[in-house]
Design a protein around this ligand. Structure first.
Ligand SMILES: NC(=O)c1ccc[n+]([C@@H]2O[C@H](COP(=O)([O-])OP(=O)(O)OC[C@H]3O[C@@H](n4cnc5c(N)ncnc54)[C@H](OP(=O)(O)O)[C@@H]3O)[C@@H](O)[C@H]2O)c1
Length: 240
């Protein structure tokens, strides 16, 4: 059985990924705060900013997987938040912390537990980190988001070099999905120009129907991950 664990599977890109992996007959575990129940995949309700609870809940998921006849293992660290969009001096300390906990710490902790768990399996094992163009382009108002996505790119690279000489390595990839029509973009467009001077650029993209659909992004991600297009450690941008 092919297994996919996808964080932030309740909305946006994550939901499209869940649907796509289900359609490809994967056993899917979606981890987000949502309490909704589904017939075709397992929704696990967890606030990933609460790291110690997230650790225990993720271990429960891994215990469930242990009971299955596993043929491949995929972890997609997708859940993310922009947090407050404001210049640094106007950010609230607790909001800064929450964004790093979700965008960075939870991805590190889940990847760590996944790699340790995966040692018992010789099948294909992959971690995908959902990055952003903001990892390498600084936007005023997005200091925390940009820095958190840069950190995720380094997580992708370091996992690859750590795993390189292991007997049954985990392969690690990063994908920047481009501008995608989700609630995150709605939040961006609703920001004051005073807090985010690029807001008009994002309004224009929406007006001109230039956003990717989450379903398109999910299909592309699945196809890329299931071909030999990427080397472990690489992060690519879907727009390129
Ligand atoms: N949309 C874009 O244009 C774009 C561009 C580049 C990169 N990205 C990246 O793509 C990923 C998905 O973004 P999206 O646009 O699909 O965002 P979205 O529509 O806002 O969805 C975010 C997902 O993260 C989950 N989430 C948020 N806070 C959480 C928490 N505390 N604990 C657990 N889950 C939490 C949400 O589920 P619950 O609310 O149910 O918890 C939801 O499923 C993010 O990493 C984002 O940075 C997006």
């Amino acid at each position: 059985m092919d297994i996919a664990i996808i964080t932030g599977g309740s909305k946006g890109i994550g939901r499209a990924l869940v649907n796509h992996y289900v359609s490809e007959k994967y056993k899917v575990f979606s981890l987000s705060r949502s309490h909704e129940k589904f017939d075709d995949f397992t929704q696990v309700s967890v606030d990933l900013t609460d790291i110690s609870t997230a650790e225990h809940i993720f271990e429960d998921v891994l215990d469930q997987i242990k009971e299955l006849d596993v043929t491949s293992l995929t972890l997609i660290n997708n859940a993310g938040r922009l947090g407050d969009i404001k210049h640094l001096e106007n950010l609230r300390p607790e909001d800064i912390s929450k964004s790093f906990q979700l965008n960075v710490t939870s991805a590190f902790v889940l990847s760590s537990l996944f790699i340790e768990f995966g040692k018992a399996y010789s099948c294909s094992k992959k971690i995908l980190n959902i990055s952003s163009g903001a990892a390498s382009s600084a936007y005023a108002g997005w200091s925390v988001y940009c820095a958190s996505k840069a950190a995720i790119d380094m997580l992708t690279s370091t996992i690859a070099i750590e795993q390189k000489n292991k007997e049954n390595p985990v392969h690690s990839f990063g994908i920047r999905p481009g501008v995608v029509d989700t609630e995150m973009q709605t939040q961006i467009r609703s920001t004051d120009a005073e807090d985010f001077e690029n807001v008009d650029k994002f309004k224009e993209l929406k007006k001109n129907d230039q956003l990717y659909k989450p379903e398109f992004v999910a299909q592309r991600i699945f196809d890329i991950l299931n071909s030999d297009q990427m080397k472990s450690g690489e992060t690519i941008d879907l727009r390129e």
